[in-house]
Design a binder for this molecule. Sequence first.
Ligand code: UDP
Ligand code: MG
Length: 238
Amino acid sequence: MWRRVASVSHLTFAQKSIVNKDVCKLKFWEAFSTGIPRKEKGTFQRDKTPFITFVLGGPGSGKGTQCMKIVENFGFTHLSAGDILRREIASNSADGTMILDTIKEGKIVPSELTVKLIQKEMESSDNYKFLIDGFPRSEDNRIAFEQIIGAEPDIVLFFDCPEDEMMKRVLNRNQGRVDDNIDTIKKRLKVFSALNLPVVKYYLERGKLYKINAVGTVDEIYKQVYPLFAQFNFEQQV
Ligand code: UDP
Ligand code: MG
């Protein structure tokens, strides 16, 4: 007899995870050991425990700019979720049109898709130190990362910036992005406070959040960021 199986296609990733709670979870390292053949150096580097930093903040709060400085000083690999999604659009992949439409609307791309793209980048890196910039943007994103990658961030940076300042910066940055216009920015700011701030609160409660005052010059802001990383004595520190 046919057994009726409830469709889960309409559920969010977090809801599906509850439905599929018996599915075996991969540990972070096991997740890294699947599929892709490794270069010798990569295998060696992977003996280290990964160090994952989530970099949060609204549009134009300076996440990408500060990440470049952290990369220079502490040898992190910078993975911007927005850039990864834009590369997916540019590569004409099957999901490209859907991603473009989502970005134009200032909405959030389905969690499983974003996490799998991030996972691919992490797997193909020789590094063990990752800055994941602009992700997770929602509780659903956060849960999907934990489930698929099987890891939590070591620290979470939150660039705290007033909305009018973020709006001004985004409108002045001239990077030719489809979402850097006033209508989309307003939508992005709404999505940010509704969906991203709960993630910020979650990490605050877990003692992992470092709040940075994101108003000031790049160097002034970096003065708050540098000591957070300096305390870990990373070997590539300069
Ligand atoms: N985006 C997404 N999931 C992510 C990261 C980005 O859906 O994990 C989409 C979302 O539509 C967002 C856009 O990509 O508004 C641009 O993100 P990015 O981080 O590049 O821009 P920011 O808002 O930080 O300026
Ligand atoms: Mg960015």
